[in-house]
Design a protein around this ligand. Structure first.
Ligand code: GRF
Length: 210
């Protein structure tokens, strides 16, 4: 790995299958970046074991009272205090389940990417509604949509919004359950997320491989 390779921090809250896809893309040479830090918002997240197995420094920062504004402000300050010493170039939300405020996004002074398990822009001739939030796989089934998808986008202060970097549709088939549909969405996520990260690094001039 080049010593001047862009340094990526990855925020996780759960299983970490997208983190694993990033690690494997890096190992295959398809992502030219240093995976400098993983922060988990849950101490029992399986993602932490994946980080440790890949020798990536890992930290846990839990927020116990999500509804209390002062607690959220303190949490974001602790997150900044954790991230900034690592001199990161890019932050990737890979299954991070907490909303980051506009103030945090401004103060972290680096672009932030997110992977979202739905389409965030209307597509094709039969546009489907944009689904935001944590239950959009269930919502797609409940609304009996013909397709859903996966989107990688830049994070702004509007939740599950911001410029799209990669997006792919996934057909919903008869008999799909939340589990079968999520599995197919995640297979797409694992493919498009590392590519979108590398594409973004290339586009912003940080990704040139020497
Ligand atoms: C992914 O489906 C992602 O779209 C959503 O949270 C899930 C995280 O899965 N934001 P994992 O922890 O990467 O396995």
């Amino acid at each position: 790995m080049r010593s001047d390779a862009p340094r990526i921090g990855i925020l996780v809250s759960g299983t970490g299958s997208n983190l694993q896809a990033i690690i494997e893309a890096r190992d295959r040479g398809e992502l030219s970046a240093e995976l400098a830090l993983v922060v988990s918002s849950a101490k029992h997240a399986p993602a932490l074991a994946r980080a440790r197995a890949a020798s990536i420094p890992a930290r846990v920062l839990e927020l116990h009272d999500r509804k209390e504004r002062a607690a959220r402000i303190r949490f974001e300050q602790r997150l900044l205090d954790t991230l900034l010493p690592f001199r990161l170039d890019l932050l990737v939300l890979a299954g991070w389940m907490l909303i980051l405020s506009g103030d945090f996004l401004h103060r972290c002074r680096m672009p932030v990417l997110n992977i979202h398990p739905a389409l965030l822009e209307p597509t094709g001739n039969s546009p489907v509604p944009v689904l935001r939030g944590a239950h959009c796989v269930r919502d797609a089934l409940r609304m009996e949509l013909p397709v859903t998808g996966a989107t990688v986008h830049l994070v702004t202060d509007r939740v599950d919004d911001g410029p799209t970097l990669a997006m792919e549709s996934i057909e919903i088939v008869s008999g799909d359950t939340e589990e079968t549909l999520r599995r197919r969405i995640q297979a797409v996520e694992h493919r498009i997320l590392p590519r979108a990260i590398q594409g973004y690094l290339d586009h912003t001039g940080q990704g040139a491989i020497t």
